[in-house]
Design a protein around this ligand. Sequence first.
Ligand code: GDP
Ligand code: IMO
Ligand code: MG
Length: 427
Amino acid sequence: MSTVVLVGAQWGDEGKGKITDYLAEQADLVVRYQGGNNAGHTVIVGETTLQLHLIPSGILYEDKLCVIGNGVVVDPEVFFEELENLKGMGISGDNLRVSDIAHLIMPYHKILDSFEEEKRGELKLGTTRRGVGPAYVDKYARRGIRVGDLFEPKLFREKLKRALEYHNFILTGIYGAEPLKQAEIEEKYLEYGRRLKKYVEDTSLLIYEAVKSGKKVLFEGAQGTLLDIDHGTYPYVTCSQPISGGAATGSGIGPNFIEKIVGVTKAYTTRVGEGPFPTELKDEIGDFIRQNGREFGTTTGRPRRCGWLDGVVLKYAARINGLTSIAVTKLDVLSSLPVVKICTGYKLDGRYIEHFPHSLEELSRCEPVYEELPGWKEDISSARKMEDLPPNAQRYVKRIEEITGLRISLIAVGPAREQTISLENVF
Ligand code: GDP
Ligand code: IMO
Ligand code: MG
């Protein structure tokens, strides 16, 4: 058995796309298991830059199957937009597979995502407004429409009618908006269904058989541990389970099929959207990291909030996900800072704690306790081995290992595929 789950160890945007693309070379299948096109995963190979939101980041390898699992919410419009874009780059996308029981993002979900955010006013969550949250709400309200429903027009029409009765009531009654028309959505979605058909199958069975026959499967997480609906900074979270456990439910495999779990973390911390962030830097160092790391959202273009690496968060991610190793990305971004800091604990109401508190009120009162390490001036973007890194950069990553108690399997020193230091075989 050879399976690896890759999860974000922070608040998303850790560089999962780049690490997925790097590891996909060794994999036979790359599987997305949750989230939707709220994700923005960047893959850079040579002159090619891909911004993927829904399609797995293994897509550049045409001999690997790229699977959109049952736990993902699928916006068919985005699926075909991304596919067309890939085709324009000479990538056929014929290796894509989509679960028949994945739920669909419908037009009313996208409209509602924006209306709900507006209504929250000051208390807005900062969602990506892609309809992801409302689509999961419908899934759990048992009023969702699944990919497979598109192939049974009578059933689809009936389900849509029931969903629209509900959503038009909300749209007109609460938000004073125009009701949506059944005929327009029906026509559009049934056409999507005809075009989707060739990609759709029971992907749980596909993955099961692949694992059983000794194939290597890479599960590509989206979002991150602290955006998890249960274990994240609720309510400032997404509506799915980005943590490693989500890989089992979101792809239909038993948890005992999961072998290795790699947490991806930046060498510092970022967050888009609202919510507490103990190590946030609202000063010139935060601005330096944002500019140097190009920390602007892949999906929404929003500037990302930046701060020092938070060891408390990493230890929490290690526990919640059962991490077996970590991949540290964007180490190059810290080059030229005279001092680099790692948060090793929080001061909460005069007490020193090393665990991540569940209460947001407590978290927002937490003051980070930092350990200071000397920085490095050298450009490290061409380092390919640990020994190529300046001693202070080596000391920094070693400290991350000591604080988390985990081995670092990969270090990224630039966005390109080859700008990666491999310290151990992940598969
Ligand atoms: P994801 O959502 O976790 O896949 O991460 P994003 O793609 O949203 O954001 C990570 C950004 O950092 C992307 O623009 C990547 O191209 C870039 N990136 C990834 N790894 C590195 C690295 O080691 N160094 C630098 N400078 N950029 C990186
Ligand atoms: P990747 O996969 C960073 C954040 C949004 C918002 C919250 C809820 O690229 O790491 P949603 O639209 O999901 O209902 O928004 O979650 N968010 C992300 N932040 N990276 C992501 O994905 C994110 N996906 C959602 O900014 O705060
Ligand atoms: Mg991203």
